[in-house]
Design a protein around this ligand. Sequence first.
Ligand SMILES: *Cc1c(COP(=O)(O)O)cnc(C)c1O
Length: 420
Amino acid sequence: MAEVEAAVSADLSPAGVAATVHAAQAAHGALIDDDGIVLYAGTNVLSPAAAAANRPALSTRPSMGWPGDKYQVGLDHLDTLEVLAPLLVADLVEGTHAEVRLQSATLANLAVYTAFARPGDTIAVLPEAAGGHASHHARGAPAVRGLTVVDLPYDPRRLDVDHARLPAFLHAHRPRIVVIGASVMLFPHDVAAVRAACDEVGAILLYDASHVAGLVAAKAFQRPLHEGAHVLTFSTYKSFGGPPGGCVVTRSADLAERVSTVAYPGLLANYDAGRLGALAVTAAELATHGPAYASACLANARALAEALHDNGFDVVRRDAEFTRSHHVAVDAHHLGGGDRAGRLLGAAGVYLSGIGLPWQDAGEGMRGLRIGTQEITRRGFTPADQPAVAALVRRALLDGEAPERVRADAVALRHAVNAR
Ligand SMILES: *Cc1c(COP(=O)(O)O)cnc(C)c1O
């Protein structure tokens, strides 16, 4: 930070700052958008139609309250967006009510905790090493609500909640909310089994579909609300492929009203109406093209997992299967861990991140590498390209080739796919 501060402080006039900002934005765009092979699981690019519907100028127009009953006047046209976007989003994930004003899934989760748990209550979540997100854990949003957090029993072999131990666990801890859905999701959860156990203790079942929302929209992974989750939350900018934001969807008018009352006036005033148009267009596109997009993401993930395995990587699997989603995970223990491997790959023009794995030792750091195929799918990569992607990863991580040399070929591959 001190180095950057020294570099940017040379000219802090408006023109100087604008020049610094434009240069940073252009360089970022060239590195990531033009040249990068982005395998980072928690990102995506907007479709052209969604980008065209994005209106940053609306972001400074607060619109507070229910459509038709606003604090401000003159907002009838924003009411159109506020009714349209939730309608499309709720329908897409098989719910009846959607709250789309929260600006992130972290805030969406906080809204659910606030609506259904009180300070001092307990919630039960997936362990961090099994992909439980910071917004599920004591260092994140639950602490803001004063909640106690306990880890659900987990079966590393099945990569799911340990269903045999779950009922007794819930009886012992009596959580108000049980949270499933994680930051790495290779296989669906057995939602119905978790819901049955929740019903025994009166817990609300929250499924956080932040990573898999695009697949859920396409009914290509699992159907959490149909299978028994009370509430679905998700990020709108990962596999969903929309502008950044968080959604809360349910099939219950009562639960929905409680969440929306927390959203406003509890957590938000201006919620940023500028992104609602892009969200609505993204949802409409997923309703039409979602199945094709999702099956392309899944096919790329399976092909990349196979190719990484063929190149000697320890690809995480359940029985003989690598993945049923757009995610792939690699055990990077012998590569010096996920963080180190991720940094090396970044220098080689391939962008992804580390992730915890359920069998890592306490204090080991992130043992895995996490891959998502949603962005390369949108960029036009097909299963036939995955051996070439895996070869770049092998050269950087197993062959010890100089990152700049690998990067030149990564950029060339990206440009070759663009040119098709
Ligand atoms: C990314 C993620 C979030 C947070 O999403 P934001 O919209 O960035 O706040 C929440 N939960 C899970 C499981 C995630 O992976």
